[in-house]
Ligand binder design. Structure first.
Ligand SMILES: Cc1cc2nc3c(=O)[nH]c(=O)nc-3n(C[C@H](O)[C@H](O)[C@H](O)COP(=O)(O)OP(=O)(O)OC[C@H]3O[C@@H](n4cnc5c(N)ncnc54)[C@H](O)[C@@H]3O)c2cc1C
Length: 334
């Protein structure tokens, strides 16, 4: 490894590292991705938990990832990643036994990434709020009819899923803050989560519902929270716009990223083979223990008519290195 050279080194094979490596490879860079654990995926891995006989995810279990362009950029649905969008989206039961239930208010097209709002469900969700607080329902209905909730939400999503705006580029949330007609109060950007939901809603019930929604994305009541996170989570979620879950578990997202990565690596190797006039591609090193990547690389290489070599008798990682050292030592001493 000491003599290997890369255009880019990515430290950590969590989902962010995998996504970054995928984009780099796609743009023609030679990438070294280093993960300290045996398994790629970081907080997206599935582990035995909470008790033996069960598996669960330690961190990312709610999938906001469906809204990311990474789905379409790497056709993740063709690589085994599917989302489940539950019909009931969020709910809360109050001590007086009243409750609020929001249903999912959108459809998502996995091919294009386009979102289609289901206006009748939005209306139903606002009616649900009306049972608890007519004034909060009025505010939601007004923002909704003026198109503000979608405008805030899509601006927030644009900021959350994109690199920071460069000088001269427009930051969509900043543009809303600067626009006196956007309905965003400039003070919102400096508020704690509690102050924000109190400013938005009149009833304790809606405020509690919103704080619980924020809590589920790691924003706690007394924390000043990034405005895009609050914009995309509070009014949006109350009208039923939010997360999904990963079909089969979060590790399926990680596996899809690995398949995309393996395909990128295979294409890189195919380019190198074509440049050198070779008809054989091999896969070695510790990462070749990864069955999923080995299978995908083999599939791509063989589909192009080249021969694929993999380890059979000698392990690809340190075991192979040790054997090589023993052979060299034996030859040197003979
Ligand atoms: C309790 C909890 C609940 C969460 N719930 C959700 C949720 O429901 N939905 C959601 O979308 N997100 C959730 N998150 C956030 C999500 O888990 C993280 O945003 C995501 O895991 C971050 O990905 P990452 O690749 O940046 O980092 P990680 O997933 O943390 O991966 C980092 C990787 O880098 C490796 N590494 C670190 N140092 C080195 C080194 N020096 N050399 C080599 N490798 C190294 C680690 O082993 C690890 O594999 C939750 C987080 C927590 C803690």
């Amino acid at each position: 490894m000491a003599d290997a050279s890369f255009d880019v080194v990515v430290i950590g094979g969590g989902h962010q590292g995998l996504i970054a490596a995928n984009y780099m490879i796609r743009n023609g860079y030679t990438v070294g991705l280093f993960e300290q654990r045996r398994e790629l995926g970081g907080g997206g891995c599935t582990e035995s938990r909470p008790i033996s006989g069960f598996i669960g995810n330690p961190c990312a279990h709610v999938a906001g990832l469906w809204a990311s362009p990474v789905n379409q950029d790497f056709k993740l649905h063709e690589r085994g990643l599917n989302y489940i969008f539950p019909r009931v989206h969020a709910s809360m039961v109050y001590p007086d036994e009243r409750c609020i239930v929001s249903c999912r208010s959108y459809e998502w097209d996995k091919e294009t990434g386009m979102v289609v709002p289901l206006e009748d469900v939005v209306e139903k969700n606002i009616k649900e709020v009306e049972r608890i607080s007519p004034r909060d329902a009025d505010a939601l209905a007004r923002w909704q009819s003026e198109g503000k909730i979608w405008e805030w939400g899509f601006a927030a999503q644009g900021v959350l899923w994109s690199p920071p705006a460069l000088p001269g580029e427009v930051d969509l949330v900043e543009a809303l803050i600067q626009n006196p007609n956007s309905g965003i109060d400039r003070r919102h950007q400096f508020m704690t989560a509690t102050e924000y939901v109190c400013d938005l809603f009149e009833s304790d019930e809606l405020r509690a519902h919103s704080l619980r929604i924020l809590d589920s994305v790691g924003i706690y009541p007394d924390e000043p929270a990034p405005l895009p996170v609050m914009l995309s989570n509070v009014p949006m979620q109350v009208i039923g716009f939010g997360g999904a879950v990963y079909e089969g578990g979060t590790h399926n997202a990680i596996h899809a990223f690995q398949r995309a990565l393996a395909e990128g690596l295979a294409k890189m190797a195919l380019r190198a083979a074509a440049d050198s006039g070779l008809d054989t591609v091999g896969f070695t090193g510790g990462v070749a223990f990864n069955e999923l990547m080995t299978r995908k690389i083999r599939e791509v290489v063989e589909s192009e008519g080249l021969r694929f070599l993999r380890h059979r008798q000698v392990p690809p990682g340190d075991g192979g290195v040790s054997l090589g050292q023993a052979v060299v030592a034996a030859l040197a001493s003979s």
